[in-house]
Design a protein around this ligand. Structure first.
Ligand code: ATP
Ligand code: MEV
Ligand code: MG
Length: 385
């Protein structure tokens, strides 16, 4: 049997980092996916007790762990497809030992966090088998690649283990959808994986990747937002590599050095996210209403960017994008954990196509990469062959 599951990346319109400290945030799924394919290998196909294999197609790297080694480190392989228990410090140490001896090139050492999450999810849920992962997303750039990896892998594993089932068609011949309870279970597992990669995630990235759409998220509670008019964003990838776990730790350290000041910053972000979620839901029927709505969104994004600078997560490359887009009267903010990675630019409905082309050309002359995405689409989908 082969199972494929795909999970989208996301943008955060307001509230990153502050959401980890209890503020509201607004996020939306985008039409760039990570896909995990699984094939179960009967014990003995590799000449022994089976193996757990991972093929990361985009980076051309493959990894393999004999089940005997996994059992010696972690106990039984598979069979825990119910509600997850978090990865304990002892299990994490055992997972780290399993990574020893794998050949991870120095330039791709950041993959070890993803490999640890993979080993924890895979060996908890399923027996011997092979997983192949491909992704449209830039990895470690603020578009939720870690969450899409954990959601697609958890979705494929739980389907292969028979713990979740398909609820219906997605309108797309190839892909099918899960029911709400099954999505909840996948999301809980994905959150455990995301904890291994992010350290202390809020859960917003795995939730929006699992459920799709545009959401408001606060203290683990998700509200679906009905965006009545499209929200159009240009994304600029500065190509400056960064790591969400380190950025989260930096903000938490600043919060413990300046608790009162940072509590006010997080509180201000909460108000911005709350206001932004009501603006997103406003229906705008004529040109004046559309422009008013977009002006409000732009101003809220600009205010949020200022507060992200206060948290210490901007970067000179992000500032270059902000200055460049402002020359064309366009507003931008970083998205995701910051420190480099991707920047969102709100593209007003009535802005001339030529302006957008000019701004993208100027951004690309700095070595950045610009692209457009569809915002607020589907979450996790599955395909069985
Ligand atoms: N397709 C993938 N294959 C293997 N590992 C992956 C993949 N996608 C993500 N990862 C893991 O996730 C890490 C990137 O996660 P990180 O949280 O730092 O960035 P992000 O999720 O892209 O951005 P953000 O969290 O700001 O939205 C990678 O270093 C890798 O360990
Ligand atoms: C920076 C952060 O708020 C969003 C990363 O996309 C981290 C999180 O919420 O887990
Ligand atoms: Mg991440």
């Amino acid at each position: 049997m082969e199972v494929r599951a795909r999970a989208p990346g996301k943008i955060i319109l307001a509230g990153e980092h502050a959401v980890v400290h209890g503020s509201a945030a607004v996020a939306a799924a985008i039409d760039l996916y990570t896909t995990s394919s699984l094939r179960l290998l009967p014990a003995g196909e590799d000449g022994g007790a089976g193996a757990v294999e991972l093929d990361l197609r985009d980076s051309g790297l493959t990894f393999s762990w004999p089940c005997s080694r996994v059992r010696a480190a972690l106990g039984e392989v598979g069979g825990k497809a119910g509600a997850p228990t978090p990865c304990s410090p002892d299990e994490l140490a055992a997972v780290a030992k399993l990574l020893e001896g794998q050949e991870i090139p120095e330039a791709k050492i950041w993959l070890s966090a993803g490999l640890s999450a993979f080993l924890f999810l895979y060996t908890s849920i399923l027996g011997p088998g092979k997983a192949v992962v491909t992704s449209d997303l830039p990895i470690g750039a603020g578009l939720g690649s870690s969450a899409a990896f954990c959601v697609s892998m958890s979705g494929a594993l739980l389907t292969a283990a028979g713990a979740v089932g398909v609820a219906g068609g997605s309108g797309d011949e190839e892909w099918e959808l899960f029911g709400k309870d099954d999505l909840e279970l996948v999301n809980q597992w994905a959150f455990q994986g995301e904890k291994i990669i992010h350290g202390k995630p809020s859960g917003i990235d795995n939730s929006v990747s699992t459920f799709g759409s545009m959401i408001k998220f606060k203290k683990g509670e998700l509200t679906n937002l009905k965006s009545r008019n499209p929200v159009k964003m240009l994304i600029t990838d500065t190509r400056v590599g960064r790591n969400t776990k380190a950025l989260l730790a930096g903000v938490s350290e600043r919060a413990s050095r300046h608790p009162d000041a940072m509590a006010s910053v997080f509180n201000a972000v909460n108000s911005i996210s709350e206001e932004l979620s009501s603006v997103v839901e406003l229906a705008a029927e004529d040109e004046i209403a559309i422009t008013t709505r977009e002006d409000k969104l732009a101003e809220l994004m600009e205010m949020n960017q200022g507060l992200l600078q206060c948290m210490g997560v901007s970067h000179s490359s992000i500032e270059t994008v902000l200055r460049t887009t402002l020359k064309y009267s366009l507003v931008s903010k970083l998205t995701g954990a910051g420190g480099g990675g991707c920047v969102l630019t709100l593209t007003p409905t009535l802005s001339a196509h030529t302006v957008l082309e000019k701004v993208a050309t100027e951004l690309e002359s700095h070595g950045f990469r610009c692209f457009k995405v569809e915002v607020g689409g589907r979450g996790l989908q599955v395909c069985r062959a």
